[in-house]
Design a binder for this molecule. Structure first.
Ligand code: GLV
Ligand code: MG
Length: 325
């Protein structure tokens, strides 16, 4: 019953795997890793003298690799560098048919998004690609970007995600710590990232984008990753970057609903559809077991159901309408 199209199709981005474009071995290996998304990097994980080769490697591996159902993204250099235009032109002309989105780092203003949008449109027109298909992922990595995040989210229909970049952000605001993802020593009255995460989440939700948390650099500390990922997942974020295969399974689990919550959400949708119908008595607020559900419950259930379906979850338990006397 609730498999109705009103739960918008959502592409899962629970785990977003960073892969340096200058490393052919990693580009090969990434194809077999169970991440929802890969992003092939030409920015900070690639040395300046290796950027030209990275572009070529990326075009090649997008066109010839087997990426399965993964969302394929390339991170270009930001607009304050000399490299952005060549990154975009070479990669999108060379492999645009096999690319889902371009990630733009260190976005500071809406204009930087519209500049990329315009360039993409020109390349799509020149190459005969469908216009507007390639998305934009905007990384918020400094104070200016955060101040402008609403306008950045609204700048183009191509924008699909707003991403927190903690390492660059910590540098941008002079945070007194070098440990990315963990709390700065000395701040013992709450979560130092709460404001930033919520600001990004509000912009994403206001403009119907996905909110993605950035990297956790202590790659051998899976418990630490789980703890930090659990916080942004609890707030409502859709996924997180992963830097190592060990972080992938943890991200996929943390950003999926619990099985019991998924079953419950689907049951709420079924029960609510039944009770609000003519046949179910046209009621607006009803009891489901010991719980009263109404239109707001349906909206909450839609969110969990959409995330579960995008993650490929199956129902293990189904609500049945009461038998008619
Ligand atoms: C990612 O790009 C970061 O700066 O954390
Ligand atoms: Mg960064």
């Amino acid at each position: 019953m609730s498999d109705a199209p009103e739960v918008a199709a959502l592409r899962a981005r629970r785990s977003c795997l960073a892969v340096p474009g200058s490393n052919p071995r990693f580009l090969e290996k990434a194809q077999g890793i169970d991440a929802d998304q890969v992003f092939l990097d030409i920015e900070d994980s690639v040395a300046p003298i290796a950027k030209a080769d990275a572009r070529k490697n990326i075009v090649d591996v997008l066109n010839t690799g087997d990426w399965g159902t993964k969302i394929r993204v390339v991170r270009v250099n930001d607009w304050t560098t000399q490299w952005t235009y060549k990154d975009v032109i070479e990669v999108v002309e060379g492999a645009g048919a096999n690319l889902d989105a371009v990630m733009l780092p260190k976005v500071q203003t809406a204009d930087q998004v519209t500049a990329l949008d315009t360039l993409l449109t020109q390349i799509e027109a020149t190459m005969g690609y469908p216009l507007g298909r390639i998305g934009i992922e905007a990384q918020i990595e400094n104070a200016m970007g955060l101040v402008n995040v609403d306008a950045i989210a609204a700048a183009s229909p191509r924008v699909e995600t707003i991403i927190f970049g903690p390492a660059d952000f910590m540098a941008s605001i002079n945070m007194k710590s070098l440990v990315v993802g963990e709390q700065p020593p000395g701040y013992d009255v709450g979560d130092a990232y709460h404001y930033i995460l919520m600001r990004i989440l509000m912009a994403a939700r206001a403009y119907d984008k996905q909110a993605i948390d950035g990297p956790y650099l202590q790659v051998r500390d899976t418990n630490g990753f789980q703890r930090v990922a659990g916080r942004s997942a609890a707030l409502g974020f859709d996924g997180k970057w992963v830097l190592h295969p060990d972080q992938v399974a943890a991200a996929n689990e943390v950003f999926s609903p619990l099985q019991s919550d998924y079953d419950h959400a689907e049951n709420i949708l079924d029960a609510y559809q039944h009770y609000t119908s003519e046949q179910g008595g046209a009621m607006g607020a009803v009891m489901l077991g010991d719980e009263m559900i109404d239109e707001a419950s349906r909206k909450m259930a839609l969110v969990v159901a959409a995330k579960g379906r995008a993650a490929g979850m199956e129902r293990t338990q189904r609500w049945q309408p009461p038998e008619q006397p």
